[in-house]
Write a protein of this length. Structure first.
Length: 275
């Protein structure tokens, strides 16, 4: 009996389904593999891995730990997901990784599982694009529709909200947060939180303006974009203290969902904001 036929009863097995696993792939008998999943040559799938409907695993990919890949996830060749955290405090605890539906993970990317000291699970949201040679360290949490360009490196405990875009060779310090709809330019070294709907670049990353193109890509109306643009000017192009400015911005745009989120993000910052 093949490894596929021994999989958990969560998925039914059909003769045709066996054809979707290459003969050279190593799939643990305890792995949960949908009949519609495809596993390429020399891929390795561990015992605690769950591959849901229409997941595609490329050649030589290695999937370990408590790992869930939701529907229509695509994993390119030589990707490694679910390896132990690169943290000397960890002792092989049973933590995991969760990848949301329709996310694409390109060649040579590495995603480490979570730790007991934070979320226990490294998470990637839906409809993401993680390009080649990226690294997501332990306890990273990405929202939906996040794009990480080639060689982006996220240290442990980094949190990125929805619609974040990082250019190539970006590096983000541990515990930093990337706000919704922000854009981190290629080569940026981020050591503080990046506010939502803003653009940063440089070493160390500094604000260069609102991410107007990104806001339009999200589909916001021009009136809502204008509110963000004006709030940005009020917040970051003034000599007043940040607390005074936050009060002014709150009173000027009380009905703007985006401005409200921007203010709440800044107030919650523990590492400080890129300025």
């Amino acid at each position: 009996m093949s490894a596929f036929q021994k999989n958990n009863e969560r998925y039914s097995t059909t003769p045709r389904a066996v054809e979707h696993i290459h003969a050279t792939a190593i799939v643990d008998p305890c792995a949960q593999v949908s009949p519609s999943a495809t596993i390429g040559p020399y891929a390795i799938v561990g015992p605690d891995v769950v591959l849901e409907n229409r997941v595609v695993i490329g050649a030589h990919a290695v999937l370990e730990g408590h790992l869930v890949l939701e529907d229509d996830v695509q994993v390119s060749p030589f990707v490694c997901i679910g390896q132990p955290p690169q943290d000397q405090k960890c002792r092989g605890e049973g933590t995991g990784v969760h990848i949301g539906p329709r996310t694409i993970i390109r060649e040579f990317t590495t995603i480490n599982r979570g730790t007991l000291y934070d979320t226990r699970c490294t998470r990637v949201g839906a409809d993401g694009l993680i390009m080649a040679y990226c690294h997501l360290a332990h306890d990273v949490v990405l929202g939906d529709r996040v794009v990480l360009s080639n060689h982006t490196t996220l240290a442990g405990h980094v949190k990125a909200e929805d619609e974040v875009t990082c250019g190539g060779n970006t590096a983000v310090h541990q515990h930093c947060r990337l706000g919704r709809g922000c854009f981190v330019a290629a080569g940026a070294m981020v050591e503080r939180d990046v506010p939502p709907f803003c653009r940063v670049f440089g070493d160390r990353a500094k604000l260069v303006g609102p991410n107007l193109r990104g806001l339009r890509r999200i589909g916001l109306a021009e009136s809502r974009i204008r509110a963000v643009k004006n709030a940005y000017k009020e917040l970051f192009r003034t000599t007043s203290t940040l607390e005074d400015t936050l009060r002014v911005v709150t009173s000027k745009w009380p009905d703007s969902e985006e401005v409200r989120h921007l203010i709440e993000f800044i107030r919650a910052s523990e590492r400080g904001i890129c300025r």
